[in-house]
Design a protein around this ligand. Structure first.
Ligand SMILES: [Zn+2]
Length: 126
């Protein structure tokens, strides 16, 4: 990996990190509108299961998306840490120890293996 490629991937990681943080902040604001923090008074909870319609489904999907975003965020933080503190370990496959192809890292800068990972990665070998 050239220093330019490294720098490019670090930029990509920071951009993705900012994007996810913005998403999660928006999500937190949305989900804070309904139940009061700490809960307790359920009668104040404006959401009734009996009326569960598309709003409820949207909300459920939001939670699933937020959950996967949080996982990706943790992967990104770890990748950034490696890139800065242990650059020789960044971009190495957890499975086989080989260097992960740059084209793959460009798509998923936090990739941990050279094969399809848990994030629906794109295969790099034909
Ligand atoms: Zn591998």
């Amino acid at each position: 990996m050239t220093p330019q490629q490294r720098e490019h991937l670090e930029t990509r990681l920071r951009q993705e990190r900012d994007r996810i943080l913005a998403n999660l902040n928006a999500f937190d604001r949305r989900s804070r509108i309904s139940p009061r923090e700490g809960g307790g008074d359920l009668s104040a909870y404006p959401f009734h299961m009996a009326d569960a319609g598309t709003d409820a489904i949207d909300q459920e999907m939001d939670f699933a998306v937020a959950e996967s975003e949080r996982r990706t965020l943790a992967d990104i933080d770890e990748a950034l840490r490696l890139l800065i503190e242990e650059p020789e370990r960044y971009g190495r496959c957890d499975d086989c120890g080989r260097e992960i192809p740059f084209e793959r890292l460009d798509l998923i800068p936090w990739a941990r293996s050279c094969k399809d990972g848990p994030h629906g990665a794109v295969a790099t070998t034909p």
